[in-house]
Design a protein around this ligand. Structure first.
Ligand code: NAD
Length: 260
C-alpha cells in the first residue's frame, strides 16, 4: 500500500470512527509482530516448527504434556520480555479517551493490558500466557517459578491438588470459556464500527465476532499485512503494519476532534 493510499485509508477510518462514536476492536497475532512475537501462520510462523498438542492428548498422556511444556518453555521468554508497541499504546489511549467499546483479542501475550487498556474492556478469547492454571481446580500461579521447575526437572508440573498445570491459554480442542465469548458476541451485535487488526480471520469461533458485528449492521474495517478470510466483506481495507497505522489513526482522530 502506497503512503497516499494509506493516509486516505486512515482518514476514512477516522471519519467512520467519529460517526460511530466508539468501536469494537478485534486483534490477532499481527498486532504483536512489532513487539517481536512471531505469528503462528505465514512462512516464518511457529506452526512451521512445532506440532500443536491437542487438549485431549495433554490430558491423556505424559509425553504430550512434556511436548506442550517444551514448546511453551521455548517461547516463554519472548512472551515474558515483549513490550507493547505503538499499536497497543494507541489503542490504550483511544480506550482512555472513550473511543473503544470493547477490545476482543485472540492474543495470549497480555500486551493490551500491559499497555494500559482497562481490564474490564479487554476480552482474551484464547486465554493468557501471563498465568499458569490447574486444569483440575482452576488455581492460578505466576509462570516464572513453574517454568524454572520444568526447566530443571523436565517433568510436567503438577498443582498441589494433584491436577495438571498448564499455561492459561486455550489449547486446540479445548472448549473456550463461555463468558468471554458471550461478552464479545453481545458487543458485536451492538457496535456500529468493528475494526479487525493483524489477523488472518481464519481461526473460529474467534473470527465469528467481527463477522457477527458486520452481519448486525456495523461498518467493517480491516487492518492487516496480507490477505484475510474476510476481505470480501470489508467496507474498508488497510494493508500495512498495524503499529504504524494505529499510531496514525490516533493522531488523526485527535486532530479531527480537537476543539478550535
Ligand atoms: P495469524 O498468525 O493467523 O495471522 C496474523 C496475521 O497478521 C497474518 O495475516 C500476518 O500477515 C499479519 N501480520 C503480520 N505482521 C503484521 C503487522 N506488523 N501488522 C499487521 N499485520 C501483520 O494470527 P491470528 O489470526 O491472530 O491467529 C493465530 C492464533 O494464534 C490466535 O488464535 C492466537 O491465539 C495465537 N497467537 C497469538 C500470538 C500472540 O499472543 N502474540 C502470537 C501467535 C499466535
Amino acid at each position: 500500500m502506497r503512503d497516499a493510499e494509506r493516509d486516505s485509508g486512515v482518514s476514512s477510518l477516522v471519519v467512520e470512527w467519529v460517526r460511530a462514536g466508539s468501536a469494537l476492536v478485534f486483534t490477532g497475532a499481527g498486532m504483536s509482530a512489532a513487539s517481536g512475537i512471531a505469528t503462528f501462520r505465514g512462512p516464518s510462523g511457529l506452526w512451521t516448527r512445532f506440532k500443536p498438542v491437542y487438549f485431549d492428548e495433554f490430558m491423556a498422556n505424559e509425553e504430550a504434556r512434556l511436548r506442550h511444556w517444551e514448546y511453551k518453555l521455548e517461547t516463554w521468554t519472548s512472551f515474558r520480555d515483549a513490550r507493547p508497541n505503538n499499536g497497543h499504546l494507541a489503542l490504550a489511549e483511544l480506550d482512555r479517551l472513550g473511543w473503544v467499546e470493547l477490545l476482543v483479542t485472540q492474543n495470549i501475550d497480555g500486551l493490551h493490558l500491559t499497555a494500559g487498556h482497562s481490564p474490564d474492556k479487554v476480552v482474551e478469547l484464547h486465554g493468557t500466557n501471563a498465568w499458569v492454571e490447574c486444569v483440575a481446580c482452576g488455581a492460578r500461579t505466576r509462570p516464572d517459578p513453574v517454568f524454572e521447575e520444568f526447566r530443571l526437572s523436565r517433568r510436567a508440573p503438577l498443582c498441589s491438588c494433584g491436577g495438571f498445570l498448564k499455561p492459561a491459554t486455550v489449547s486446540f480442542g479445548q472448549a473456550m470459556p463461555a463468558g468471554p465469548l458471550s461478552k464479545a458476541a453481545q458487543a458485536a451485535q451492538q457496535c456500529r464500527l468493528v475494526l479487525a487488526v493483524g489477523s488472518t480471520l481464519e481461526v473460529t469461533p474467534a473470527a465469528s465476532i467481527p463477522l457477527l458485528a458486520k452481519t448486525s449492521g456495523a461498518f467493517y474495517a480491516i487492518v492487516n499485512q496480507g490477505p484475510t478470510a474476510h476481505d470480501h466483506l470489508a467496507d474498508l481495507r488497510l494493508d500495512g503494519d498495524a503499529s504504524q497505522i494505529l499510531k496514525a489513526v490516533l493522531a488523526e482522530l485527535l486532530r479531527s476532534t480537537k476543539k478550535p
